[in-house]
Design a protein around this ligand. Structure first.
Ligand SMILES: [Zn+2]
Length: 165
């Protein structure tokens, strides 16, 4: 089914809706067409491709839009290549704090940068079991934070092997 992009008043993409829904928005006067299908109509309206809200809508979920998408490279960037266990700037691997084999998620909050040594020592254990306390709590970075980190570390992204934990 064709989907119509709905833009906020500042022309940022909010979400997508059906053609019928978009036409109703135009009809109710809450949105105006930005671009339309030249040859297709629905009732008196040309079928919109993009509509823009007349009034700006505050985005309660702005946080989730600016949140960086999880990636292994992103974890190394977020932690600036510093091992979360020994603190050396020698991290080349990503470690699951709660091992995957124990139900740990592959997510920002369960991933830290780790050096080969610590990752190997920790193995399939929790930080407590391995007596390797975390030096910081993992967090969800924003895209801006990752961009800044990439700039600050001058990339290139480290190429470490994916650990088994
Ligand atoms: Zn280490």
């Amino acid at each position: 089914m064709t989907q119509v992009e709905v833009w906020n008043a500042d022309e940022t993409l909010l979400h997508r809706v059906s053609v019928r829904h978009a036409v109703q928005m135009i009809w109710r006067g809450v949105a105006t067409p930005v671009s339309v299908h030249e040859s297709e109509t629905l009732g008196p309206y040309q079928v919109p491709l993009v509509v823009r809200l007349v009034r700006y809508v505050e985005q309660k979920w702005l946080y989730s839009r600016t949140r960086a998408t999880y990636s292994r490279e992103g974890v190394l960037l977020r932690d600036r290549g510093q091992c979360a266990y020994c603190g050396r700037f020698a991290a080349t691997t990503m470690d699951h704090v709660l091992p995957r084999s124990r139900g740990g998620a592959t997510s920002w909050l369960n991933a830290v940068a780790a050096c080969d040594d610590c990752n190997g020592r920790k193995g399939d254990r929790t930080p407590e079991e391995a007596h390797l306390p975390l030096r910081w709590q993992p967090y969800v970075p924003t895209r801006a934070q990752l961009r800044f980190a990439r700039h600050a570390t001058g990339t290139p992204t480290p190429h470490g092997k994916e650990p088994v934990t």
